[in-house]
Design a protein around this ligand. Structure first.
Ligand code: NOJ
Length: 499
């Protein structure tokens, strides 16, 4: 069925809101300063009451932690820091009891360098001879530096699109494909409702490992427009196969390609059901840019009949309040996000309006900071533990020292402080999740420059991005991002009105 078309909702994920839990930062039950599965399990009622439909858990598998779990040493177990398989089973059972679905992260592009395969099955990785005493080709790592590391023992180089502790698997090997089928089956049998596929546009590499084209003069230094390391044709038969294997579970691809038309290839009817769409997240708080991103996404996905997805925050990008420069804009953005057709992804803490934290260098943990010699701040600032209560120093997250320091003034942002305040960001998200329009496509209304007004499923969403004022559309006011202004919407506010 083409989307958006007003067609009936077919599957649970088509209109779902997913809530991303960054496992290390959500809640610590074991008292070591690091979040864990029992901590999440204890807070499931909070997630259910928020009104989301599903939970996405970031990697909790055994890992040396070079990229905080995105370097997996065993795909079919739980890292002792996060709990046990029994804890996982209990979490899934409780979530289902509360009506929440659970998807887990699968990390197929690379393993940890400490995965036994790297020692015992070298052929499962991408190895090549060097060129003129240097790396085999000009590919660069996403985390900085060349994408190749020399192995003195063999004299060869191994590929890592991320950190050297994350060697890339060679997906042209049948063994690798079979191993991942077993991994998917393992978690399916444990009751998961789907998978978020890390680096879903990666996996296969150009079999000849040819150089990427040199950057266009004037473009960001080192930013090769990758064509040979990613987005290879072999991915599509693979995902068609995974789709069959997944049955009625959802597959969400982290297809990190800038053009929604290229992303759409991954969500053709027999491939992944969903792919992240980062277009909104990359745009500034600018009405024309946001509208273009929405239209480009809807156009590209309608062409293949796929469900649109939207996201404004995740564990890799600075927090929204800081990106947009104010809590007011972040509140308006929440109403925009949750009125759009399709599936939305929230990142734990977004509903509290957490800010990006500028950490002192000695507190930083992200390999991005270290591998770029500090040129990039890294992602720790959006991974600060959730403040549950105003009590320092653990803020209800932990009885120990939190693994990243929580700012002393975050008591005011804590769940306990916001829970009963009808004007809080948390209350706004709860209200929006309850009242959000469902079903149907999006129709733009004419509106002044600097504003966005559209109708969907009988609700008009009006966003004053940066105009001096916007009249609240006619009709019954359902929800306003700023309750102080009900007649008109000042700059950086939004409202939902029943048409
Ligand atoms: C995308 C994940 O979201 C990010 O956190 C991770 O560092 C990379 N993939 C590599 O696995």
């Amino acid at each position: 069925m083409p989307w958006p078309s007003g067609s009936p909702v077919a599957e649970w994920w088509d209109e779902a809101v997913f809530y991303e839990v960054y496992v290390r930062s959500f809640a610590d039950a074991s008292g070591d300063g690091v979040g864990d599965l029992p901590g999440i399990r204890a807070h499931l009622p909070y997630i259910a009451e928020l009104g989301v439909d599903a939970l996405w858990l970031t990697p909790f598998y055994p890992s040396p932690g070079a990229d905080h779990g995105y370097d997996v040493a065993d795909y079919c177990d739980v890292d002792p820091a996060f709990g046990t398989l029994d804890d996982f089973d209990g979490l899934v059972a409780d979530a289902h009891e509360l009506g929440l679905r659970v998807i887990v992260d699968v990390v197929p592009n690379h393993t940890s360098i400490e995965h036994p395969w790297f020692r015992e099955h070298r052929e499962r990785y991408v190895w090549a001879e060097g060129r003129n005493g240097g790396p085999p080709n000009n590919w660069l790592a996403v985390f900085g530096g060349p994408a190749w590391t020399h192995d003195p023992a063999s004299g060869e180089w191994y590929l890592h699109l991320f950190a050297p502790e994350q060697p890339d698997l060679d997906w042209h090997q049948a063994d690798v494909q079979h191993e991942f089928e077993s991994i998917l089956r393992f978690w399916i049998e444990r009751g998961v409702d789907g998978f978020r596929i890390d680096v879903a546009h990666g996996l296969f590499k150009d079999p000849e490992l040819r150089d990427e084209d040199e950057p266009v003069p004037g473009s960001e230094p080192g930013s090769f427009d990758r064509r040979r390391a990613i987005d290879q044709p072999q991915l599509h038969p693979l995902y068609r196969h995974w789709r069959t294997l997944a049955g009625d579970r959802v597959l969400v691809g982290e297809v990190f390609l800038s053009d929604p038309v290229r992303v759409a290839d991954y969500v053709r009817p027999d491939e992944l059901q969903l792919a992240f769409n980062f277009t909104l997240l990359w745009e500034p708080w600018d009405a024309a840019a946001l509208r273009d991103a929405i239209d480009a996404t809807l156009g590209a996905l309608a062409a293949v009949g796929a469900t649109p997805t939207w996201v404004l925050e995740n564990h890799d990008v600075p927090r929204l309040v800081t990106r947009y420069g104010s809590a007011s804009r972040a509140r308006a953005a929440a109403l925009l996000l949750l009125a759009l057709p399709g599936t939305a992804f929230l990142y734990a803490g977004q509903e509290l309006g957490l800010e990006e934290v500028a950490l002192p260098d000695e507190a930083r943990q992200d390999p991005v900071f270290f591998r770029t010699g500090g040129a990039r701040a890294g992602r720790d600032g959006c991974r600060i533990p959730i403040p549950w209560s105003p009590d320092e120093p653990g803020f209800g997250f932990t009885d120990a020292m939190p693994w990243l320091p929580v700012p002393a003034d975050w008591g005011s942002l804590s769940v306990a402080t916001q829970r009963d305040d009808p004007a809080s960001m948390l209350s706004l998200y709860r209200d929006a999740l309850r009242l959000r329009p469902r079903g149907g496509g999006l129709t733009w209304h004419e509106s002044p420059p600097g504003t966005l007004v559209f109708e969907r499923g009988g609700t008009v969403c009006a966003v004053n991005v940066d105009a001096s004022a916007l009249a609240v559309p006619q009709g019954e006011l359902l929800l306003a991002s700023d309750s102080a202004n009900r007649g008109e919407l000042p700059s950086g506010t939004a409202a939902w009105v029943r048409a």
